[in-house]
Every structure is written in structure tokens, then in C-alpha cells.
Ligand binder design. Structure first.
Ligand SMILES: NC(=O)c1ccc[n+]([C@@H]2O[C@H](COP(=O)([O-])OP(=O)(O)OC[C@H]3O[C@@H](n4cnc5c(N)ncnc54)[C@H](OP(=O)(O)O)[C@@H]3O)[C@@H](O)[C@H]2O)c1
Length: 323
């Protein structure tokens, strides 16, 4: 089974495969694992690969992609590769530089999708998470509309096929959509989205604007201590999900992924285990009934695994009870 067959059209005319391979791994995982896993994912049929300069694995992921191209498994145009502009690069003059740095690490000529990773700016510099002597995050003040215009220039320069955003709330999306002189709309908004935070309202809003919602942490997140509250419940242990998995003779992970596809969401799945990578691609082999989709809708409880604590207190903080 090849996920390449299943794509959705973006507002700029390009196509995005509906299942993507997540490449972020906690710090203690050796970066070489990203090469190994990405190769396995491409062999298994994944064609959409999600990374970011922040993940500090683009050399390793690029190596995997290029080796699969060199051995003839895929062509560059078969792969949909996403990278993201980190918060220390929001100043307009740094936006293209950030992408060029990613391309240099990847050793690719273009990416398919370039996203603003998070709608809050941090002090530019070597340090991805700049803090002062008291450990407090050092923010920067940047007009995100100017950042967006620099993203548009990256598309015009042919360095990326499409541009979008990540972790934006409705108001922040509207700020870009209503920007005077907007040349390109964001094609997508990549946000945390799973059975416990199903983002129903944001999804409806995005659909109404022809913006694709891309779900991350759809399997309940990497649960890295630095970012995730360890007291949150483990998504794949949910009993309702478990009994539904039994009913369909699939795994809880597959039900959680399938749920997203059936509601028109593009879904990312990270695994560095060969067995689970091969399992996750089976998401195309079955369908949930509309009754079961409703049951799964009922599991929503507004649990956010990655609350973005380092950004809390900033007036532009995107996560609130609104959407
Ligand atoms: N834009 C953003 O701000 C943002 C934030 C977070 C993540 N992301 C992106 O989204 C991707 C996915 O999110 P995520 O990293 O939070 O993880 P996730 O996709 O929710 O996966 C969570 C964990 O599930 C395990 N897993 C995978 N397949 C499984 C299966 N079939 N059965 C049981 N367990 C399974 C994986 O462990 P194993 O590796 O051991 O299988 C993985 O650590 C990231 O890799 C990254 O590309 C973006």
C-alpha cells in the first residue's frame, strides 16, 4: 500500500499526501535513528515527511531521502517534504536564510512545504530557546505579517512549493488572511490534534477557508518530559479506543489515525520502530462507520499534551479555551 495515491489538493494547486511521517524524537535518541526510520518509512510507502530546523535532524532525514532517490525507490517529486521556520528566525530578513540553512543540511534544492513553526518570536541567535540569567524565555517583537511576506518570497524564489503555518489559532490565521496585499494564503495549519483534543471548531474554520488542518501528536505525542506533563493520560490506553480496535481487528494507533483521515484531516504519525511504521501505513486498509466516528468524537476532553509552556505569558500565546 502506498500513501502516495491518497492526497488532498492544497489551495495553491499542489497536493499533500494525507498520511505523513513524523521525524521528531526526544533529545536522548541518537539522530542517526532518523535516517534509519525515514528509509524504512519510504520503503513502507510513506511519501510525506515532516521535519523542522528545530528538530536538528535535517541532515539525517535528508540523507535518507537522497539515498532512496539514488537507489531508485522514489524520485524527488514523489516525496512531499515539510520543514519549519523556527521562532528565532521570524525577522523578515532571516526567513529565507532559515530555509536555505535547512536546504543545505538536507542537500535538496527545494522543500514542498515551509511553515511558520509557532506564532511567537524569540530573540535571534544561535540558541533555539534563548533564556535570560533567571531562565526566562527571551522574546522578540516581530510583525508576523512581515514574516509571512518573507515566506511568500521564498515560494516565489522556488525554494518551497507551498507555505503555511503551525500552532496558529483562529485569530492569528485571520490576521494573515486579512493582511492587505496578501499574495498567498497559508495552505495549512499544523496543530496538535487527537482524540482528546479534536480541534473541531478550528477544523471547521480551516475548512471554511480552504486551509488543510494537519494533525500532530495524533497518537498521543512523544511524551518527552521537557514538553509534556507526565500526569496526562496515555491516549493509546483509552478503553473506548481499545474496544474499538478489537472490533475492527486493528490497533488503537490505527483507529486514532483513521479517525483523522475520515474527518478530512491530514495526519502525521511518528515511529522509529520498523514494526509500527509498517503498521501505521495500514490506515488505508479499513474504514470506520459514521456511528463509530461519533463515538470517537465523544472522547474529546481538551487535553493538550504539548502546552507550549516556554511561550506562556506572551500576549500572542495561541492556546486558550478559544480556538
Ligand atoms: N508543529 C509542531 O509544533 C509539532 C509538534 C509536535 C510534533 N510535530 C510533528 O508531528 C510528528 C508526530 O507527533 P509526535 O512526535 O508528538 O508523536 P505521535 O505521532 O503522536 O507518536 C507518539 C508515539 O507513538 C508511538 N507509536 C507510533 N506508532 C505506534 C503504533 N502503531 N502503536 C503504538 N505506538 C506507536 C511512537 O513511538 P515509537 O517511535 O517507539 O514507535 C511515538 O513516540 C512529530 O514527529 C513531528 O514531525 C509537530
Amino acid at each position: 500500500m502506498n500513501s502516495k495515491q491518497q492526497t488532498v489538493k492544497l489551495s495553491d494547486g499542489h497536493f499533500i499526501p494525507v498520511l505523513g511521517f513524523g521525524t521528531y524524537a526526544p533529545q536522548e535518541v541518537p539522530k542517526t535513528k532518523a535516517t534509519e526510520a525515514t528509509k524504512i518509512a519510504i520503503d513502507a510507502g510513506f511519501r510525506h515527511i515532516d521535519s523542522a530546523s528545530m528538530y536538528q535532524n535535517e541532515e539525517e532525514v535528508g540523507l535518507a531521502i537522497r539515498s532512496k532517490i539514488a537507489e531508485g525507490t522514489v524520485k524527488r517529486e514523489d516525496i512531499f517534504y515539510t520543514t519549519k521556520l523556527w521562532c528565532t528566525f521570524h525577522r523578515p530578513e532571516l526567513v529565507q536564510f532559515g530555509l536555505e540553512q535547512s536546504l543545505k543540511k538536507l542537500q535538496l534544492h527545494y522543500v514542498d512545504l515551509y511553515l511558520i513553526h509557532f506564532p511567537i518570536s524569540l530573540k535571534p541567535g544561535e540558541n533555539y530557546l534563548p533564556t535570560d540569567e533567571n531562565g526566562k524565555t527571551i522574546f522578540d517583537t516581530v510583525d508576523l505579517c512581515a514574516t509571512w511576506e518573507a515566506m511568500e518570497r521564498c515560494k516565489d524564489a522556488g525554494l518551497t512549493k507551498s507555505i503555511g503555518v503551525s500552532n496558529f489559532n483562529r485569530r492569528q490565521l485571520e490576521m494573515i488572511l486579512n493582511k492587505p496585499g496578501l499574495k498567498y494564503k497559508p495552505v495549512c495549519n499544523q496543530v496538535e490534534c487527537h482524540l482528546y483534543l479534536n480541534q473541531g471548531k478550528l477544523l471547521d474554520f480551516c475548512k471554511s477557508k480552504d486551509i488543510v488542518l494537519v494533525a500532530y501528536s495524533a497518537l498521543g505525542s512523544h511524551r518527552e518530559k521537557k514538553w509534556v506533563d507526565q500526569n496526562t493520560p496515555i491516549l493509546l490506553d483509552d478503553p473506548v479506543l481499545g474496544s474499538m480496535a478489537k472490533k475492527y481487528k486493528r490497533t488503537p494507533a490505527l483507529i486514532a489515525l483513521r479517525y483523522q483521515l475520515q474527518r478530512g484531516v491530514v495526519v502525521l504519525a511518528k515511529s522509529f520502530s520498523e514494526k509500527r511504521i509498517k503498521e501505521n501505513i495500514q490506515v488505508f486498509e479499513f474504514q470506520l462507520t459514521s456511528e463509530d466516528m461519533k463515538v470517537l468524537d465523544g472522547l474529546n476532553k481538551n487535553i493538550r499534551y504539548i502546552p507550549g509552556s516556554i511561550f506562556k505569558g506572551h500576549p500572542e500565546f495561541p492556546f486558550s479555551d478559544e480556538y
